[in-house]
Design a protein around this ligand. Structure first.
Ligand SMILES: OC[C@H]1NNC[C@@H](O)[C@@H]1O
Length: 447
């Protein structure tokens, strides 16, 4: 046995998001979100599930925070539901929405847990979607108003802010692949949405600085790692395109103020190009304080002419998979973070999401989720490699604190350290909860 020791100020946390846990979909003045509409549309979500109740955390947050305290985490990453604050997306603020999040954040702080707040984790006010949503540049102004309200309202309470969760999901998954709300399937639209998110991000960071808000601000892209199936030029190029589809396209603008040219050319061949207005790229690369990285998986990539979007197919070389079908590829986390540091410099990084879907349930009151423990351990070992390799890694926030609404998969896919019985809403800490508690308390891993 050997021991891996993490830096003494390393931040251990857990994450959730508003639409996935809160429920109370139409309470206390909350406006509709695009996910209320999408999940209520037949055929969009497995089993017709929706977030109307979810984990009912809107009403049970004190119980949840007590469990977080027992877990011993120092950071809790959550998101604010924009439609609770601005039911129509802009205009009149809903005081009950502000009151809820003040009660929630105060309770976190009272329990010694640092709030890490994601301003946008996909639940766009439906009223804005009806005016074009993220395809309409005016949504950027509504987002800025929302962000400014939150910065001023929670000044001194919330010191870690994330502008957007997973811009790739908001743009490509939701507007090109179409699996998430609002469910469009248009590459040009997806590129424009991504660009508008970037402009909103850059303007928000600039505003955060100009307002002199105490704290740090960043963004949380989801990154994947692909290795070429062989050293044939075609395979190397295919893997490069596949990585850029997720990674460079969402990082180059932030750090270089430009899109990767080889991908601009690729998209142009597909008939799509980004509509950049003068000054946009300068705004987008407004320096951030940290980068949140969401990492789950990766694969091998092999050239296949006219296959899907990138003349590239994923080759499943016998990777073990989790219950959502994603490859378990912990070395991909090391490759991603070292590549990122080599490419963009020693930007402070938090892993803002990493975790595994396993659908274990309680047997005799205990949830034996050893596979989740194995997944987490394998990935956390890679983080230690990263630190030893010079990656400026500040913390690890696992996905997820509790089982919750897994978007188009509904409640059929479980990622939590805490099991939720959706009939009774009973919370049951899993074996992984106790494993993670030991890691958080000792700051070292036995391997
Ligand atoms: O699919 C698991 C997670 N991935 N990132 C965004 C979260 O909202 C998801 O639940």
């Amino acid at each position: 046995m050997s021991v891996i020791q993490f830096p003494k100020d390393f931040v251990w946390g857990a994450a959730t998001a508003s639409y996935q846990i809160e429920g109370a979909w139409n309470e206390d003045g909350k406006g509709l979100s695009i996910w209320d509409v999408f999940s209520h549309t037949p055929g969009k979500v497995v089993n017709g599930d929706n977030g109307d109740i979810a984990c009912d955390s809107y009403h049970r947050y004190e119980e949840d925070i007590a469990l977080m305290k027992e877990l011993g985490i120092k950071a809790y990453r959550f998101s604010i539901a924009w439609p609770r604050i601005y039911p129509q997306g802009s205009g009149e603020v809903n005081p009950k929405g502000l009151e809820y999040y003040h009660r929630f954040v105060d309770k976190l702080i009272e329990n010694g847990i640092e709030p890490y707040c994601t301003l946008y984790h996909w639940d766009l006010p439906q009223a804005l979607q009806e005016k074009g949503g993220w395809n309409n540049r005016e949504t950027i102004d509504a987002y800025l108003q929302y962000a400014e309200t939150m910065f001023k309202e929670f000044q001194g309470k919330i010191k870690y802010w994330i502008t957007f969760n997973e811009p790739w999901c908001v743009s490509m998954l939701s507007n090109y692949i179409g699996a998430h709300a609002p469910g469009n399937q248009d590459l040009q639209l997806a590129l424009d949405v991504a660009h508008h998110l970037f402009v909103a991000h850059g303007k928000t960071v600039r505003m955060f600085r100009e307002l002199g808000i105490e704290g740090q601000i960043g963004i949380a892209p989801n990154l994947y790692w692909y290795e070429p199936y062989s050293n044939r030029k075609e395979d190397v190029e295919a893997a490069r395109r596949k990585r850029a589809w997720y990674n460079e396209w969402f990082l180059d603008p932030l750090f270089k103020g430009s899109y990767p040219q080889f991908m601009v050319d690729w998209y142009k061949k597909k008939g799509a190009e980004v509509n950049i207005q003068p000054g946009d790229m300068e705004i987008i690369k407004e320096p951030i304080d940290f980068l949140g990285i969401n990492y789950y998986s990766g694969s091998l990539a092999r050239y296949k002419e006219n296959f899907e979007d990138f003349d590239c197919e994923e080759i499943d070389e016998g990777y073990e998979k989790t219950d959502i079908g994603w490859n378990i590829y912990p070395e991909g986390l090391y490759k991603t973070l070292t590549w990122l540091t080599e490419t963009y410099g020693p930007v402070p990084i938090y892993i803002t999401e990493n975790g595994a879907c396993y659908n274990d349930g309680p047997v005799d009151g205990r949830v034996r989720d050893q596979k989740r423990i194995d997944y987490l351990q394998k990935h956390i070992i890679q983080l230690n490699r990263c630190i030893q390799s010079g990656v400026n890694l500040k913390g690890y926030i696992t996905w997820s604190f509790m089982d919750n609404f897994e978007w188009a998969e509904g409640y059929s896919k479980r990622f939590g350290l805490v099991h939720v019985d959706y009939n009774t809403l009973k919370r049951t800490p899993k074996d992984s909860f106790y494993w993670y508690r030991h890691l958080v308390r000792t700051n070292w891993l036995d391997i």
